[in-house]
Design a protein around this ligand. Structure first.
Ligand SMILES: NC(=O)c1ccc[n+]([C@@H]2O[C@H](COP(=O)([O-])OP(=O)(O)OC[C@H]3O[C@@H](n4cnc5c(N)ncnc54)[C@H](OP(=O)(O)O)[C@@H]3O)[C@@H](O)[C@H]2O)c1
Length: 171
């Protein structure tokens, strides 16, 4: 299974503030949905709480060190207490609508998950939003562009007074 990471980051690598996103970009949400549907998604407990529900058509794997107290009430929601366990569940758990071609799982945030998962991921799907947000409280980790090379870059999108590219890095 290809381990992928998907994030929307500003030019200064900002990701979020007050446990929320920094922008609302409808084309980016569509892109995220198109890429991740049918695949397992792995996220930190805070990101899961900020979304508030499991994402449909995906196996949602939530990382937390408090799993037994939280429980799971949904068929497409699982908890994991280590990243290794999360990747193992992603590779082995059947779910309705699972797509095996391409065989991918996606780490989808937040900051703490990206930091831990980045060295383990083969491909990075980054929406590069051309603004700076020094007021953010969560940032994407710096990564070496000699190791992760740019595979592709979309045309420039423009929405809500922001411009952005969909960029794919791989190694
Ligand atoms: N721009 C984007 O693309 C994007 C995407 C996603 C999220 N975000 C933003 O990122 C922010 C949230 O990021 P964050 O770093 O604060 O939180 P987070 O990564 O979403 O969640 C952190 C929590 O995950 C659990 N966790 C992390 N590593 C673990 C491990 N190795 N084993 C077990 N559990 C682990 C812990 O949960 P417990 O405390 O329960 O143990 C930890 O408190 C929000 O602002 C959100 O909107 C942005």
């Amino acid at each position: 299974m290809e381990k992928c990471l998907i994030a929307a980051i500003s030019d200064d690598y900002a990701l979020g503030k007050d446990n929320d996103l920094l922008w609302h970009l409808s084309e980016d949400l569509k892109y995220f949905k198109r890429l991740t549907s049918g695949h397992p998604v792995i996220m930190g407990r805070k990101t899961y709480e900020s979304i508030g529900r499991p994402l449909p058509k995906r196996l949602n794997i939530v990382l937390t060190r408090k799993a037994p107290a939280m429980g799971s009430g949904s068929a497409n929601l699982l908890y994991a207490s280590t990243l290794e366990e999360a990747f193992a569940l992603a590779a082995s758990t059947p779910f309705e609508g699972r797509v095996d071609e391409p065989d991918q799982c996606f780490v989808m945030g937040g900051g703490s998950l990206y930091k831990q998962a980045l060295p383990l991921c083969d491909k990075l799907y980054l929406t590069e939003v051309h603004t700076t947000r020094p007021d953010a409280d969560t940032f994407f980790p710096a990564f070496d562009k000699k190791i992760y090379r740019e595979f592709s870059r979309s045309e420039l999108y423009s929405e809500n007074n922001l411009t952005y590219h969909f960029v794919i890095y791989g190694r």
